[in-house]
Write a protein that binds this ligand. Structure first.
Ligand SMILES: [Zn+2]
Length: 233
């Protein structure tokens, strides 16, 4: 009987091929969303093992970040970029939670998350969230939470200004563009907490800087940062 179902499964795959969201190759029966090859070849930064890594250095002299890391590199045509693109623009949310789990396990086993109290995803402006239907950083955070046991807090930090797209701006423009656009409605939620800020991609670090500077105004707050990918400028 199993043989029959496998055959049926293969037949359905022929009609409706399931493709890997990272590389576009056909998925095998036991693969889901991301093929085994992508799991293996997506480059890891291993920044979580190195305190003074390039992502951490981005924030030097800008805001006090305890620990910073990114899972992979965001390059044109890279598999992680395809995955993040499918998550954000094609609404394949499962990719976000899957990558969040993969990275969460790495971070937890290395001790990176030790001492961290809560996870806060970088917020989208409510209008943007409504248009997209979700916040990708929140989805990634849910994956991280599932394996680390940390709670995701989404009501502590809100985005009050809808800024224009960041893609074609200079670093200075981006900085002025995100300065003072986040707000903390109830400081009690985060007072004295070590917060893990989560974003999908870190480029100049200006969005994280703006979030961190807002969070660090609250007494006893510490901030660490992670993203799925680091876009080397
Ligand atoms: Zn693949």
């Amino acid at each position: 009987m199993n043989y029959f179902y496998d055959l049926l499964d293969d037949f359905i795959s022929l009609l409706f091929p399931r493709l890997c969201y990272g590389c576009g190759n056909h998925l095998l029966r036991n693969e889901k969303l991301i093929c085994t090859e992508c799991y293996v070849v997506i480059p890891r930064t291993n920044y979580h093992l190195e305190h003074e890594n390039p992502v951490a250095q981005l924030f030097w002299g800008r805001c006090l970040i305890e620990r910073a890391a990114a899972f992979s590199y965001y390059n044109k045509g890279s598999r992680i970029r395809n995955l993040i693109h499918n998550l954000k623009y094609h609404g394949i949310k499962e990719i976000g939670s899957e990558l969040g789990k993969i990275y969460g396990l790495i971070l937890k086993s290395s001790g990176f998350t030790t001492g961290i109290d809560i996870i806060i995803p970088v917020p989208l402006h409510p209008t943007k969230k409504r248009n997209r239907g979700f916040n990708q950083s929140e989805i990634i955070s849910e994956g991280l939470a599932a394996v680390s046991g940390l709670a995701v807090v989404t009501n502590a930090l809100i985005r009050t200004t809808l800024s224009a797209t960041q893609t074609r701006r200079s670093r200075y423009d981006r900085w002025t563009n995100v300065e003072g656009i986040f707000n903390i409605p109830d400081p009690e939620i985060i007072r004295g907490r070590h917060i893990l800020l989560v974003d999908d991609v870190i480029t100049t670090g200006s969005t994280i800087e703006s979030c961190a500077n807002e969070l660090l105004k609250i007494e006893g707050v510490k901030v660490s940062v992670i993203a799925l990918a680091y876009a080397v400028m």
